[in-house]
Design a protein around this ligand. Structure first.
Ligand SMILES: Cc1cc2nc3c(=O)[nH]c(=O)nc-3n(C[C@H](O)[C@H](O)[C@H](O)COP(=O)(O)OP(=O)(O)OC[C@H]3O[C@@H](n4cnc5c(N)ncnc54)[C@H](O)[C@@H]3O)c2cc1C
Length: 269
């Protein structure tokens, strides 16, 4: 459980961090909260030669209003999101999801950006980010670009953030009505065996497939006024099966939790 030897750098600015990434290429890994990277390093699943600690970059930890939307810095911790009075008012889905993550220690150190870029199929944030139709701001050697949440998650542990790039911010619309997150958690870690986020007429599902997805079939059935929309939670989806839940059980969980999330969201409308 001891990581392979590595060098360590703590840049003072985003530009310095980007410069270090460019210099060390595939040998480097960014460190944010460390709650996914350090376990992987201890198990020697990741063996970076250079760890670039962006965890204390001052300008990437914030929650603020920007042109009618809410902007969240990538280094904002799960606890910051859980306890934000601003978000409880203007985007309560985010504090609700944050409160369901792991335990207090995980929430105090883990960051929304680290979780999103790690793209664990059982992570909670992707469901909410998809349901909110968020925009992700990514900085790289060529400047900044924006990617919609629907194009952000590429595959298991893979996102649109390329080599040499840093996720800097997440922007979501203010959405205070018709939101809910329903989760069936793995008991030991809290990770989602199934997690369903609803925001207005959009539904994001995590834990069920190799990557989180928008439940388009559910959304279409809702738009058509169908009362059995939740039954379509895994339509067209290759459902995972593992030691925690068979694919049949996960599909069942997805339908049940989608129904519960839709019901609770409509009560909040
Ligand atoms: C015991 C335990 C229980 C947990 N339970 C849950 C749970 O219930 N639900 C859940 O969703 N998660 C859970 N997690 C995961 C936790 O939320 C992590 O904090 C999160 O997944 C990673 O965030 P981090 O800031 O720690 O990232 P790190 O571990 O520092 O980094 C993760 C990866 O992302 C990269 N990275 C980090 N930040 C950026 C950035 N801004 N731009 C580009 N790349 C970046 C790193 O290089 C690394 O590859 C759990 C973890 C543990 C150890």
């Amino acid at each position: 459980m001891i990581p392979a030897p590595f060098d360590y750098a703590r840049p003072a600015t985003l530009d310095e961090a980007l410069g270090l990434l460019a210099k060390h290429g595939d040998d480097a890994k960014l460190l944010a909260g460390g709650h996914s990277l350090l376990p992987a390093m201890k198990l020697r699943l990741a063996q970076p030669k250079m760890v670039i600690d962006i965890g204390r970059l001052p300008d990437l930890r914030y929650i603020r209003r920007e042109a009618g939307r809410l902007a969240i810095g990538a280094l904002t911790t799960h606890y910051d999101l859980e306890s934000s009075a601003e978000l409880k008012q203007s985007c309560p889905l985010l504090p609700e999801v944050a409160a369901s993550i792991g335990d207090v220690q995980i929430r105090n150190r883990g960051t929304i950006g680290g979780s999103l870029v790690h793209a664990d199929p059982a992570a909670d944030w992707p469901a909410a980010i998809l349901a909110l139709d968020a925009e992700m701001e990514i900085a790289g050697p060529q400047g900044r670009r924006t990617v919609k949440a629907g194009e952000f998650f590429v595959d298991i542990l893979q996102t649109a953030v390329g080599p040499g790039e840093i996720l800097t911010a997440i922007r979501v619309p203010q959405t205070s009505a018709r939101v809910a997150y329903e989760k069936f958690a793995q008991k030991a870690s809290g990770f989602a065996i199934c997690g369903v986020a609803v925001a207005e007429n959009r539904v994001g599902i995590t834990g069920v497939a190799a990557k989180a997805y928008r439940a388009v079939a559910v959304e279409q059935a809702l738009a058509a006024g169908r009362t059995d929309a939740a039954d379509r939670a895994v339509d067209g989806v290759d459902v995972l099966g593992d030691i925690h839940a068979s694919s049949e059980f996960r599909a069942h969980l997805a339908r049940v939790h989608t129904r519960r999330a839709l019901e609770r969201a409509s009560k909040r409308a």
